[in-house]
Design a protein around this ligand. Structure first.
Ligand code: NAP
Length: 319
């Protein structure tokens, strides 16, 4: 029986490969709204979809990002200023998009904008450290989606949400994993909710890629800044060597895991938008496929034991 199933595997992969090759027609009439197009995946996706002939509406956070993107794209690409953490800005962008897309509706929204700082052990943080990240990574995703959902229903289009492997497994505390787990849950509920309307919802769960959110200097400076505000009693629990050990362990992990080929992620985003049969979840990156995803299916006591081995020793644990 097992051998029969094994023999069917190549047939299944061939069928899936063939099915996933089909692309939607009429790209030139399809509008795609992407948030966070100043840098990283969002920027590359805006350029790629523009090259393919889609009508891209690139949500930019800064004037600089907007100007630089315009220089390298066609006249077809339009930009709109949007701060996803500010509801007024989100609504203003949505009103503008409605006038641009008209009766065609919006083919896809890609909730890509995200931040990864402040990140640190939870007892180094206050609730005011959690709120700004949740406002961008989680409530920003919900707000942007709801602001254009009626336009997407009109086009029987797609919602593409950028989560992370950290939406499946939690090796670090702080707001990042909380926000990405929230994105997963929002997307799963929305997918069921929107299925009768012919709207598809896809989730992108990248592993570690070399962008600003994984920039060593930014991450290190963020840790130093948070440590400087940690109360002395907490610092004493961790020990004064802890910060250096933590920074060193971040360095090692980044060296082991960071992938420079951002097109692996962009290719998945493109597929979610352009394929007739998009996947529900995409896991770009070898670390996502071979390490984080298998970890997410392990019993919690195994993952806890593994992650505890990877973090530096606290002073209090050595007493
Ligand atoms: N890189 C990775 O390893 C990795 C892994 C898993 C998931 N992700 C996710 O991938 C997405 C894209 O990140 P990236 O890696 O491409 O990093 P990135 O280059 O920093 O891109 C994030 C973009 O979001 C923008 N942004 C920040 N705050 C915003 C706000 N309030 N409103 C609108 N835009 C805002 C940033 O603008 P500024 O540059 O002007 O701040 C930037 O252009 C994020 O959701 C991230 O969590 C990344």
């Amino acid at each position: 029986m097992f051998l029969y199933l094994l023999a069917l595997l190549p047939v299944w992969f061939a069928y899936r490969w063939f099915r996933e090759r089909k692309r939607v027609p009429g790209k030139e009439d399809k509008y795609v709204y992407i948030t966070g197009c100043d840098t990283g995946f969002g920027n590359l996706l805006a350029r790629r979809l523009d090259q393919l002939g889609f009508r891209v509406i690139a949500g930019c956070y800064t004037d600089k990002g907007e100007d630089e993107l315009k220089k390298v794209t066609s006249q077809r690409l339009a930009t709109v200023h949007v701060d996803v953490s500010d509801s007024q800005s989100v609504r203003k962008a949505a009103a503008h998009i409605e006038t641009v897309v008209g009766q065609k509706g919006l083919w896809a929204v890609v909730n890509n904008a995200g931040v990864a700082t402040p990140s640190a052990p939870s007892d180094w943080l206050t609730i005011d450290d959690f709120k700004p990240m949740l406002a961008v990574n989680l409530t920003g995703v919900i707000d942007v989606t709801l602001s254009v959902l009626s336009l997407i229903k009109k086009a029987r289009g797609r919602v593409v949400n950028v989560s992370s492997v950290f939406g499946r497994v939690t090796p670090v505390s702080g707001p990042y994993c909380v926000s990405k787990y929230g994105v997963e849950s929002f997307s799963d509920g929305l997918r069921l909710n929107m299925a009768p309307f012919g709207v598809k919802v896809a989730i992108i769960e990248p592993g570690f890629f070399k962008t600003n959110v994984t920039d060593r200097i930014i991450v290190t400076n963020n840790l130093k800044m948070i440590w400087s505000k940690v109360p002395p009693s907490v610092k004493d629990d961790y020990g004064h060597q802890y910060l250096d050990d933590l920074i060193q362990s971040v360095d090692v992990r980044f060296q082991q895991l960071l992938d420079s080929d951002l097109m692996k992620v962009v290719g998945c985003m493109e597929h979610a938008i352009a394929a007739v049969h998009p996947r529900i979840r995409y896991s770009p990156g070898w670390d996502a496929k071979l390490f984080w995803l298998p970890m997410s299916y392990m019993p919690t006591w195994i993952t806890d034991a593994f992650f505890l081995k990877c973090i530096p020793k606290l002073k209090i644990a050595q007493l």
